[in-house]
Ligand binder design. Structure first.
Ligand code: C5P
Length: 246
């Protein structure tokens, strides 16, 4: 059975969406609820793993017996993952990491009128300049590949040297061309598995209790899973990770 099949394993699950500050009260965010990641964390705990959950802000209770690291931004999530990853067996990135962040977060609340940022395009208008966030999984792939650029310390934290083979699983939320985009991501991020969900379906994706996923494997195989509760999807994912562990 599945009972204890992750015992002695150290797994890192990222969950939720990141929030990228515009000013002290506003942020750029996304619709991720964190449910998929929290289900992955509790399922791994039940199978005996030491679970490290790196979570963006979510409205979910902290799972019992899980090591929770709360972060807000993509940069904080990156730093947390890199600090925790050295002796991990599995990294599942189910978090919806923001691709962009505001170039500068204002230190004071931006007012409707009367500060330097208003009126740059017209009276009362305001725009936010976004810069790209690092792609945690892609950077990790480049670093494990031996790419020199990836070893550059970033934000004071160098890309980690891993003590053992790390199974890496990514997620993809797509609204179109799901299969092509998923295969491209699996390749680019050099993942062992990529779980893709069609977020344009009402029974799948952000905020839902159920998910309809396709699982892409490094060997090119693809599995089309039926609509299931997120607890069932979590179990199906761990069922496929366990055989990959040495
Ligand atoms: O490229 P895309 O953002 O669609 O890829 C999604 C996958 O990559 C997820 O597993 C997500 O957690 C991860 N990701 C990441 N760093 C980012 C953006 C996404 O690791 N900056």
């Amino acid at each position: 059975g599945r009972q204890g099949d992750l015992s002695g394993r150290r797994v890192i699950v990222t969950a939720g969406g990141t929030q990228e500050p515009i000013d002290p009260v506003r942020y750029v965010g996304n619709r991720s609820s964190g449910k998929m990641g929290y289900n992955l964390a509790t399922e791994a705990r039940d199978r005996g793993a030491h679970v490290i959950l790196v979570s963006g802000p979510v409205a979910l209770p902290t799972p019992y017996g899980v090591e929770l690291h709360q972060v807000e931004t993509a940069m904080q999530m990156r730093d947390a993952v890199y600090n925790l990853i050295t002796d991990a067996d599995v990294l599942i990135m189910s978090a919806a990491v923001a691709d962009f962040r505001p170039a500068h977060a204002a230190t004071q609340k931006i007012k409707k009128t009367g500060n330097e940022v208003t009126g740059q395009h017209g009276k009362g208008e305001f725009s936010v300049h976004l810069v790209p966030n690092p792609d945690i999984l892609a950077e990790l792939a480049a670093s494990l590949d031996g790419g020199d650029h990836a070893r550059e310390p970033h934000n004071g934290i160098p890309v980690p040297q891993l003590k053992r083979r790390l199974i890496r699983v990514g997620f993809a939320a797509e609204t179109e061309h799901l299969i092509e985009h998923a295969r491209a991501k699996l390749q680019k991020k050099q993942l062992d598995m990529l779980v893709a969900n069609d977020v344009s379906r009402s029974d799948s994706g952000f905020g839902t209790e159920t998910n309809k996923v396709l699982i892409f494997h490094a060997n090119g195989a693809m599995e089309d899973l039926p609509v299931m509760p997120k607890t069932g999807v979590a179990a199906a994912i761990w069922d496929r990770v366990v055989p990959l562990l040495g």
